[in-house]
Design a binder for this molecule. Structure first.
Ligand SMILES: Nc1cc(-c2ccc3ccn(Cc4ccccn4)c3c2)[nH]n1
Length: 247
């Protein structure tokens, strides 16, 4: 997968050199490229923002640098077309299902806005030649799109085959397709078996994998009911067995 990130703060993405994503980039599994939006400014101050039409506080990002940047990063005549992801507080909620879907794309471009956002004509112009998605990572306002892009790149990249050492672990994740779509995962434990007077549930040491799987689903249902009760309403009753209903 190729990921291009356009931003006025390229250094914000230094974390993508670390850990499993850094390893995936060095192995060639993942091709992540950062681009400084100011590359496509032509005035002596490298201006990327201006006052909002209609008045109001703050500044808006000018369309010209973005148009030139997107033309350079994803040329219209280049043949392949990326999916453009625009982080914004006003976007559609980003979910694990979106991470799964976007992990199957060959090429993503993230446009990181700042100030009060990017001139809305940029998304309209880009949509003439590539799919564009406005996405929110949560109902709170950040100062720009960089943190949201880091979050989405991590959520997407970890799903690529070969990035996580143990691919099977993805299936048990909270919100994972295949049975966890509307559940959060339950508690996890490791050695020692007793720590500060707390004992690991004995069943987990039993070696009875069927019983352990059942216990983990019960605990996922309990934790979902406690922390995210609204998710339980989304579960198709046909997907709950009799034991689930007793939890
Ligand atoms: N889930 C999210 C995404 C964002 C986000 C993404 C991109 C930008 C570009 C600018 N801002 C600041 C800003 C402030 C006021 C109104 C609009 N935007 C952003 C915020 N916040 N929360």
């Amino acid at each position: 997968m190729r990921i291009d990130i356009i931003t006025i703060f390229p250094d914000y993405f230094a974390p993508l050199d670390l850990s499993l994503i850094g390893k995936a980039r060095r192995s060639g599994l993942l091709d992540v490229r950062m681009h400084d939006l100011r590359t496509w400014t032509h005035d002596r101050h490298n201006t990327v923002d201006d006052t909002p039409y209609g008045g109001g506080p703050g500044m808006v990002m000018k369309p010209e640098p973005w148009g030139e940047a997107l033309d350079a990063v994803a040329p219209a005549e280049g043949g392949a077309t990326p999916r453009l992801i625009l982080p914004t507080p006003s976007g559609a909620p980003f979910t694990q299902a979106d991470a799964d879907r976007l992990a199957r794309e060959p090429w993503l471009v993230f446009a990181c806005g700042r100030y009060e956002g990017i001139d809305s004509r940029v998304a309209v112009d880009a949509a003439k030649r590539m799919p564009v998605e406005e996405v929110s990572i949560g109902d709170y306002v950040l100062n720009g799109g960089e943190s949201a892009t880091l979050v989405m790149v991590e959520a997407i990249s970890r799903l690529l085959p070969g990035v996580l050492g143990n691919a099977a672990s993805v299936a048990q994740d909270s919100f994972a397709p295949g049975g966890m779509e509307h559940l959060v995962e339950g508690p996890v434990y490791t050695k020692p078996p007793v720590w500060r007077g707390q004992e690991v549930p004995p069943l987990l040491l039993s070696g009875n994998h069927g019983a352990v799987d059942r216990w983990r689903r019960d605990e996922a249902l309990r934790k979902t009911a406690r922390n995210r009760p609204e998710l339980l309403d989304r579960i198709d009753p046909d997907d709950l067995d009799q034991r689930d209903r007793e939890v």
